[in-house]
Design a protein. Structure first.
Length: 156
């Protein structure tokens, strides 16, 4: 504590209380985000599929449309969280992503949370079950939150 805070306890900063968002609130927000990303992908990729038949063009195991859809998915989560601190689904349900220390979200934190963490959950189906970690961790963190040093809280 500073000397001013010792002399005048009212000058001390108020303790920050955070209400962490639990599994079900985050689940519904994620479902809303999935609907939004599916709609955006459909709108953006429809002309590509109609005019070039890119949905049928294969690159190894993937199709061009699948790759572009994945890019839209990851960019949506990355950019919305970076610039607004929340996706549209989180906005609907009043949730916000914050950094572990309460400071500004960094690109590094977000790349690990939104790209690496989500990729692991989506690439390996069994790892999708790890979303349940949110229900049991003290600060309601998922594996992708732990990787990215973030928390999801109720917006004030």
């Amino acid at each position: 504590m500073s000397e001013e805070e010792v002399r005048n306890p009212a000058a001390a900063p108020a303790a920050v209380t955070r209400r962490y968002a639990g599994f079900w609130m985050r689940f519904w927000a994620y479902l809303a985000d999935l609907l939004i990303t599916a709609a955006v992908s459909g709108i953006l990729l429809s002309p590509l599929r109609i005019f070039t038949d890119a949905g049928a063009v294969e690159i190894g195991y993937w199709t061009v449309a699948g790759i572009l859809g994945s890019i839209i998915f990851y960019l949506y989560f990355l950019l919305m969280t970076r610039f607004f601190g929340q996706t549209l689904g989180k906005m609907i349900f009043g949730l916000k992503v914050i950094s572990e220390d309460g400071g500004k979200l960094t690109w590094r934190d977000l790349l690990f949370r939104e790209v690496v963490g989500r990729f692991l959950h989506r690439a390996f189906a069994i790892l999708a079950l790890l979303y349940l970690v949110v229900a049991f961790s003290p600060e309601k963190q998922g594996i992708h939150d732990m990787i990215g040093n973030t928390r999801v809280v109720f917006a004030e």
